[in-house]
Write a protein that binds this ligand. Structure first.
Ligand code: NAD
Length: 489
């Protein structure tokens, strides 16, 4: 089988590839603005069928209890996807606008390899723990704790790292024994639909265990949050939508697991290599045009070195022009859509209104007639209470802010509704450790350490989310705990 986009216009419902009842919707290449094809457009009835299939597969098959079979299916899926890696790469670049170099890592190959980790967990996890004997109320009792799948998982995902986020949900949810209905973002349906095709045609994953419902309609995500047959909603997306998901899920008291937005700080201490740190900050904010929840978008530098830091960061950005994502050397590709570019441009206008200075970028690149590109941008001259320093922009836009020492840097980093990620640069280990202890985020990089890997839990404090994805913690989000007590013999 060759994976071609035209083959992918199907939903995966109950093991079958079926058309969407609402027809199809167009997919744009964000680097060229060309319509590159169509995806199946599901309606509420299609979503209903997918939920029903997932419910039945969970309630009436041995999927949730057969740990070895699930591990085998996940490895089979990994192998099948790896057999299509170049087709998937081309489609990912065309649909997501993801720079080619990122498809060697978190935009494609990393998440597929990570399925191994979750397959291993299905086999090695301690599904039963012996609590031993106790005599509550005088009755000698033997207690066991069983870990069991939660049930039907509604997985709702965004467009920015579609494979990474889809597999960070599918992998642990299936490994833990759940069945899944995945609803990907309308901007990137193919990345999910192609997985559906591989699942249907090249794996033994039983019908109903994984359902993939592409749609142009956000309301289908909302349907997953209210349907009584869904036990858990695993959501990644904006904080605003996350709040709506949690509120809707409250009606049926579903478990919710939320991975949301961020406005992370890149802290440069006064003993750090300022030039080196500023050029890494520039590189980071350009990666995938800044469309990453954990990308550091506030650069905090010592006040006395502010001008020097502005110059060093501008210098770093000047070598990182927005460019064709197909080119292996591109770091900063396009934004996903005209709507997202409008949003970013709105914030650039706001930065000026707030009294900031656009030191570099801030425009559509002159050499690009088509594509939703924005030149990498540095904003100076503002304080942390500016809206562009508080709100998530989701573009290649860095706000540079002065700090008055380590404690002040921590204070500014924490002065945010978000708490997802961050970065600390310095040379004194004791000072770095004090900053690490002070910053209230779920992830921190020290001097460029990389936190992304299958076994590393990822998630947010504050309004960046609830729960953890990846690692054992991410696997356990998909488990229930059952205590069994029986009279001791
Ligand atoms: P979004 O919140 O607009 O949409 C995310 C998903 O939710 C989409 O599939 C959408 O169709 C669906 N949806 C929309 N309304 C819904 C509703 N009422 N109920 C249920 N589902 C609904 O986010 P986006 O624009 O696709 O993605 C960008 C956002 O995602 C950014 O805020 C980014 O920070 C965040 N994000 C977070 C993480 C993380 O791990 N913390 C990772 C990637 C992206």
């Amino acid at each position: 089988m060759t994976l071609r986009p035209t083959d992918s216009s199907a939903l995966l419902v109950d093991g079958k590839l079926v058309p969407g009842s609402a027809g199809v919707f167009d997919i744009l290449n964000p680097a060229t603005e060309e319509v590159i094809g169509q995806a199946a457009d599901a309606n509420a009835a299609d979503m209903d069928s997918a939920i029903e299939a997932a419910r039945r597969a969970f309630d009436t098959t041995s999927w949730s209890r057969d740990h070895a079979f699930r591990a085998r299916c996940l490895r089979q899926l990994r192998d099948a996807l790896q057999g299509h890696i170049e087709e998937l790469r081309d489609i990912t670049i065309a649909e997501v606008g993801a720079p080619r170099f990122l498809t060697n890592g978190p935009q494609l190959e990393g998440p597929i390899t990570d399925l191994d980790y979750f397959a291993d967990l299905a086999e090695s996890y301690s599904w039963e723990q012996d609590l031993g004997l106790a005599s509550p109320m005088g009755i000698k009792t033997h207690r066991r704790v069983l870990k069991e799948a939660v049930g039907v998982v509604g997985a709702i995902t965004p467009w920015n790292f579609p494979h990474q986020i889809n597999f960070a949900k599918i992998g642990p949810a299936l490994a833990a024994g759940n069945t899944v209905v995945l609803k990907p973002a309308p901007d990137t349906p193919w990345c999910a639909a192609l997985v559906g095709k591989v699942v249907a045609e090249e794996t033994d994953i039983p019908p109903g265990v994984l359902n993939i419902v592409t749609s142009s309609d956000h309301a289908l995500g909302a349907q997953l949050t209210t349907d009584l047959r869904v036990d858990l909603v695993s959501f990644t997306g904006s904080t605003a939508t996350g709040k709506a998901v949690m509120a809707a899920a409250a009606e049926s008291l579903k478990k919710v697991f939320l991975e949301l937005g961020g406005k992370s700080a890149f802290i440069v201490l006064d003993d750090a290599d300022l030039n080196g740190a500023c050029s890494i900050a520039a590189f980071t904010v350009c990666t995938h045009a800044g469309q990453g929840c954990a990308i550091t978008t506030r650069l905090l530098v010592p006040r006395e070195k502010y001008d020097e830091a502005v110059a060093a960061t501008k210098n770093g950005l000047s070598g990182l022009a927005a460019a064709d994502p197909n080119d292996g050397g591109t770091i900063c590709g396009p934004l996903i859509s005209a709507k997202q570019r409008d949003r970013v441009e709105g914030y650039l206008k706001l930065a000026l209104e707030e009294g900031g200075t656009i030191e570099s970028g801030g425009v559509r690149p002159a050499d690009k007639e088509k594509g939703f590109f924005i030149s990498p941008t540095l904003i100076s001259g503002l304080t942390n209470d500016a809206r562009v320093a508080q709100e998530e922009i989701f573009g290649p836009v860095l706000v540079i802010l002065p700090h008055d020492g380590d404690d002040d840097a921590v204070r500014i980093a924490n002065d945010s509704p978000y708490g997802l990620s961050g970065s600390v640069w310095g040379t004194d280990p004791e000072r770095i450790e004090r900053v690490v202890a002070g910053v209230r985020t779920g992830t921190l990089s020290v001097n460029g350490g990389v936190w992304y890997s299958a076994d590393a839990p990822f998630g947010g404090y504050k309004q960046s989310g609830i729960g953890r994805e990846m690692g054992v913690a991410g696997f356990e989000e998909y488990l229930e705990t059952k205590l069994v007590a029986a009279p001791a013999q």
